[in-house]
Design a protein around this ligand. Sequence first.
Ligand code: ADP
Ligand code: MG
Ligand code: MG
Length: 214
Amino acid sequence: EYMLSKDYFVQVIRDLIVLAEDRKEYFTDLDSAIGDGDHGINLSIGFREVNKNIEDWKGLSVRDFYNKVGTALLDKVGGSSGPLYGSFFMKFGLPIKTKGPDEGATFEEFIAMMEKGVEIIKKRGKSTTGEKTMLDTFVPAVETLRKEYEGGTPAKEAMEKAVEAGKAGLESTRNIVATKGRAMRLGERAIGHLDPGAASAAEILEVFYKDMPN
Ligand code: ADP
Ligand code: MG
Ligand code: MG
């Protein structure tokens, strides 16, 4: 059976630390167009805090490790993305049944983890798709992931399809007005711009994909 190891889950966070630095300017530029220009800064602040602690946390179970990551984002990031991504990671590990420090997850559990994370974003954000937020990336991605895997697509390929669906969702944010978040105030003027949180979500999902074993 296709499994995702404990090392995979730690490596994803290491790569998200790198992503937050590498893409800081890009996410901030997107947010400058329709928000307050801090999305990249917010992610960078959050993941720098994670970076400070990752060596202390990596011996924890996946569930507890992700809970620490999420708590750091929630505590350290002021913007709306901090609590939203924070909650995503805090709840992400909950569907894992095994709790040992060296145990990973089945792909079935991984799908449930992604679904759990997205469910929490919806709940905390009181938001859904079509509102020009990160959910426009996450929701179609996670729906595609389940559909493809249950339809017989191999695990990593199903995740690849999920990433593609997420990118299509990201593109869809260009043509809609925002009904959640700061971009709401812009009304029609938000049209033509990608949502920054949808953009970061697409790149986060890509990290989860790229780190998967073949
Ligand atoms: P802030 O808007 O507080 O400055 P960020 O710039 O870090 O925070 O994050 C903005 C992103 O957060 C938006 O682009 C959007 O994707 C996401 N977002 C904002 N509000 C919500 C919400 N209610 N539900 C889901 N996502 C949201
Ligand atoms: Mg902002
Ligand atoms: Mg802000």
